[in-house]
Design a protein around this ligand. Structure first.
Ligand code: UDX
Length: 490
């Protein structure tokens, strides 16, 4: 972040309490957000719920002078996939209030002046209300996801959610989005999903509804990526949906991409030197070194998604049939129902793998992979972090979504940004080898893929400008937020 030169813009009377949902992705996004304000003299306290900050992120906080406040004790059952239940997380509300009260009463401490609460932590609104300070929502995903999220209470009121299975293909109008398939909305509102059974009421009433009471929103996106959606969010009269009937000022601050620093450093280096580089190292990188430029399709489904053995087997056969080079990442946790009596990878596949493909069964350094000149495409589950990272490195996408915001992200990438080719699912969600091969060839080897590549290249230029220029849209968002805080406190 460029240091501000203008003393006028200094905000050393601002104390921001940032409260992430306790999962790595959320912690990272929240810390990257907080860091944008440090050069302005803003004091930041970060809530470390259930002591879940990883050592590397704790280190960032220490070196950057972000105060870490430990809240709550991790419950015995940490929740599905180690994602804490929202009800458990809610239990730290009292401790959070105590923390704010302590800052307010201490003689040598700066009272908290605003709360930046995770989009999934609706109760942070109650804390802010109790102390009469504004809560700003941090949306770890894109503007389009926020648009759908804020409209959820209305859809619930109209009986449109929960979505019954036969209604999945029906379209629904959501301000800020093109007509949207009901089945593409979050699994939390799909009546057929287990998630809906347990989380529907929490999702709509404890997360979406309180978000409507917030003073404003930080979005993990940049204006140039979703201009029409952000414009609409800014002009849409959400006060009609606010249970209190009041009409607070609602501001939207796109401050992304809130990705690892290295992605942004590389963008800056490109601006400065017109180059990028990759350190040599792991075997998968050495294998990439031997492949021609833009020839390899990188396949990775992020940190949470898992596929059946049968689907991974089929995917492998599809990659083989596509005749494209590939780097396939399948970690043990990527495989579900491992008792299926089928080898994970086909025999033929193993035999020729070393020539045209590489299978990696552990975590890779995605930055290194996406930055490697041999990588020409990324088959992704459309997780928002992976998507932003790919845009920062100018790599076009093959979109294969599974859950959460991924279906909406896929529609955005394919239909609006036109930076992805879609992998089409058949009946019951299974993807055939023929479809994998078709989509891989279309992106990597056919003229249709050229337009997609060109669009990603243009988007990368836009993100460079948004992030790296002193008057870029991201810096403006940060300063607009500080100016708004000053005005609202007068
Ligand atoms: C979750 C949800 O699934 C997603 O829909 C939402 O948008 C964000 O939270 P996740 O499944 O972890 O995310 O995917 P993603 O958002 O893409 O994040 C994965 C992160 O792990 C990326 O930063 C990626 O660089 C990193 N990663 C993943 C690696 O560095 N190496 C790997 O091998 C796999």
């Amino acid at each position: 972040v460029a240091a501000p030169v203008d003393v006028e813009k200094c905000s050393n009377d601002v104390h921001m309490l940032v409260v992430p949902y306790p999962a790595r992705g959320h912690n990272l996004v929240c810390i990257q957000l907080a860091r944008k304000f440090l050069p302005y003299g803003v004091r930041v306290t970060l809530a470390n719920i259930f002591d879940n900050l990883s050592p590397d992120l704790l280190h960032v906080c220490q070196t950057e002078n972000i105060t870490v406040a430990n809240l709550g004790v991790c419950p015995a059952d940490p929740g599905p996939g180690n994602l804490p239940f929202m009800g458990d997380v809610e239990s730290v509300q009292g401790e959070t209030e105590q923390l704010v009260a302590n800052f307010a009463s201490g003689t040598d401490s700066l009272p908290v002046t605003c709360i930046v609460g995770d989009i999934l932590l609706g109760w942070t609104q109650n804390v802010a209300d109790k102390f009469g300070i504004p809560r700003y929502v941090i949306c770890t995903s894109r503007a389009g996801f926020l648009a759908a999220f804020l409209h959820m209470p209305t859809l619930a009121g109209q009986g449109i959610v929960p979505v019954q299975p036969p209604e999945a293909s029906e379209l629904v109008d959501i301000p800020g989005l093109p007509p949207t398939r009901r089945g593409d909305l979050s699994p939390a509102v799909q009546a057929s999903s287990l998630f809906c059974k347990y989380f529907f009421a929490q999702y709509v009433h404890r997360c979406c509804q309180p978000a409507l009471e917030a003073a404003g929103y930080f979005i993990n996106s940049f204006y140039e990526l979703e201009p029409s959606c952000i414009d609409l969010l800014r002009s849409f009269p959400y006060e009609h949906e606010n249970s209190k009937g009041s009409s607070p000022v609602r501001s939207f601050f796109p401050v992304g991409p809130l990705v690892h620093d290295e992605y942004l450093q590389l963008l800056r280096l490109e601006v400065a030197e017109g180059s990028s580089f990759v350190e040599p190292g792991a075997p998968y990188l050495r294998w990439l070194d031997r492949q021609p430029t833009d020839s390899v399709l990188y396949v990775n489904f992020g940190s949470i998604v898992s596929l059946s053995k049968r689907q991974i087997h089929e995917l492998a056969l599809g990659l083989e049939a596509s005749k494209q080079r590939f780097l396939l990442v399948v970690r043990p946790s990527t495989v579900k129902d491992s008792d299926e009596d089928l080898p994970l990878l086909p025999e033929s596949f193993k035999a020729h793998t070393l020539e045209t493909g590489f299978v990696q069964s552990q975590w890779v350094n995605q930055l290194d992979v996406l930055s490697h000149p041999a990588v020409g495409g990324f088959l992704t589950h459309c997780g928002w972090n992976s998507t932003l990272e790919s845009i920062c490195r100018g790599v076009p996408l093959l979109a294969w979504p599974f859950q959460a915001d991924q279906m909406l992200n896929c529609r955005f990438l394919v239909d609006e940004a036109k930076t992805a080719v879609e992998v089409r699912k058949g009946e019951n969600g299974f993807v055939s080898r023929e479809e994998v091969a078709r989509a891989a060839r279309e992106l990597m080897a056919e003229p249709e893929g050229d337009a997609v590549k060109e669009n990603v290249r243009k988007l990368r230029e836009k993100v460079k400008k948004a992030v790296c220029e002193a008057d870029g849209s991201v810096q403006k968002s940060v300063e607009n937020f500080l100016a708004e805080l000053k005005t609202s406190r007068r």
